[in-house]
Design a protein around this ligand. Structure first.
Ligand code: S3P
Length: 427
């Protein structure tokens, strides 16, 4: 286990080209693996999670060339049975999207992952896939990884009303039901990258007034070249760092700002942050912008409802911003945080408490009253990349610094994070 020590070192300044977006990187590989023809992918995130998706499609018989810059996915419209267990590591996106893909394939496959992934709930995807006609079995109540999948003919025209908004589950169902058509509805709109990509690959997807998203029968998909924009979720660490460290200014070029994802920009503005977003031309299906954040004292805000969903992955680092702000911040309607790579509500509350912050845990979030952070503080990342990076940001303003156990998890989504931190702190 790697223990990372970070201590304050003055203002942060400069430009950070954050790595490619994780959600789009997974989809660029997994969706193009289903297409018929060659797709070029540039700017792919080379983090451990996405490398799991790459290894998985290769294990399913898809040839991928990689010159270190551009990957070419040679889709044939067909997958083959993997010879061995497919290890998704820490990546919930890999496991859930693959479960959907494999539900429609007439062969046997076993999906597993690390301790964290094997402990995460999969019933939300397993139950509807079973209802479609796929055979899935797992540990405990039958829904935990390792998951054995034997797919095949999927009932056409099925409809699912999802109890929880989840892009992973929505995507899994769309991919499972793509050949015969399927309709899904969520209580709120989760990130819509899959819909945008499928449309560009030739699929007919429509949303009606009642919120049903219907995918017409899609016998084949055209390959889609993807230029992966910078990951907004990775950029969020720098946005908060620049906002809270006095004297800082960071520029983040070409970051994804898809509105279904961009709640962190709204949340920071609601806290009084100085955030300038300049849209740039981008060839793909997604909105991209240059983002500049300058230090300015923050105040508390309420982050709940649809806004909380639009910044769910960024809530741990927004909690750090809240801890340094004046007044109270309420984070609510975010119970999903408890079933991410760790229980992120519990981890953030424990970490902030160690830093001397007044924080009250709630079932669906927390209430934070801002004040000075007091280090040195021991933090346990519990194998969760976003917890490790959020507290590395906190360390920039915590006298005495922070010691983060389990910081190796950072490599799942942002392998160059510590190098970038060192560089912008050197001025
Ligand atoms: C993701 C969807 C979200 C998000 C995760 C990536 C995706 O999870 O938290 O980091 O790429 O579809 P849920 O779909 O479970 O909400």
């Amino acid at each position: 286990m790697t223990v990372l020590e970070v201590a304050p070192r003055g203002p942060l300044s400069g430009t950070i080209h954050v790595p490619g977006d994780k959600s789009i990187s997974h989809r660029a590989l997994l969706l193009n693996a289903l297409a018929t023809g060659d797709a070029r992918v540039r700017g792919l995130l080379r983090g451990e999670d996405v490398m799991r998706s790459l290894a998985a499609i290769r294990a399913l018989g898809v040839v991928v060339d990689d010159d270190g810059e551009t990957l070419v996915v040679h889709g044939t419209g067909a997958l083959t049975e993997p010879e061995d267990v497919v290890d998704c590591g820490n990546s919930g996106t890999t496991l859930r999207l693959l479960a959907g893909i494999l539900a429609a394939e007439p062969f046997h496959a076993v999906l597993t992952g690390d301790d964290s992934l094997r402990g995460r709930p999969m019933g939300r995807v397993v139950t509807p896939l079973r209802a479609l006609g796929a055979r899935l079995d797992g540990r405990q109540d039958g829904t935990r990884a390792p998951l054995a999948v034997r797919g095949g003919t999927i009932a056409p025209g099925a409809r699912f009303d999802l109890p929880v908004a989840s892009a992973q589950v929505k995507t899994a169902l769309l991919l499972a039901g793509r050949r015969g058509g399927i309709a899904v509805r969520e209580p709120d709109t989760s990130r819509d990258h899959t819909e945008r990509m499928l449309r560009r690959m030739g699929a007919d997807l429509a949303v009606d007034d009642a919120g049903w998203l219907t995918l017409a029968p899609t016998p084949s998909l055209a390959p889609l070249d993807v230029d992966v924009p910078g990951d907004l979720s990775s950029a969020a660490f720098w946005m908060v760092a620049a906002a809270i460290v006095p004297g800082s200014c960071l520029t983040l070029p070409r970051v994804l700002v898809n509105p279904t994802r961009a709640g962190v920009l709204d949340a920071l503005r609601a806290m009084g942050a100085d955030v300038v977003v300049t849209p740039v031309d981008a060839p793909g299906a997604e909105e991209v912008a240059d983002v500049v954040v300058r230090h300015r004292p923050l105040h508390g805000a309420r982050i709940d409802g649809a806004l909380a969903l639009r910044c769910l992955d960024e809530l741990p680092v927004l909690a750090i911003a809240a801890a340094t702000a004046s007044g109270r911040t309420v984070i609510a309607d975010a119970a999903e945080l408890r079933v991410k790579e760790s229980d992120r509500i519990a981890r953030v509350v424990a970490g902030l408490t160690a830093l001397g912050v007044d924080v009250v845990e709630r079932p669906d979030g927390m209430v934070i009253t801002g004040g000075p952070l007091v280090g040195p503080a021991p933090i346990d990342a519990h194998g969760d990349h976003r917890i490790a990076m959020a507290f590395a940001v906190a360390a920039c303003v915590a006298p005495g610094g922070v010691r983060i156990a389990g910081a190796e998890a950072i490599a799942t989504s942002y392998p160059t994070f510590l190098a970038d931190l060192d560089r912008v702190r050197a001025g």
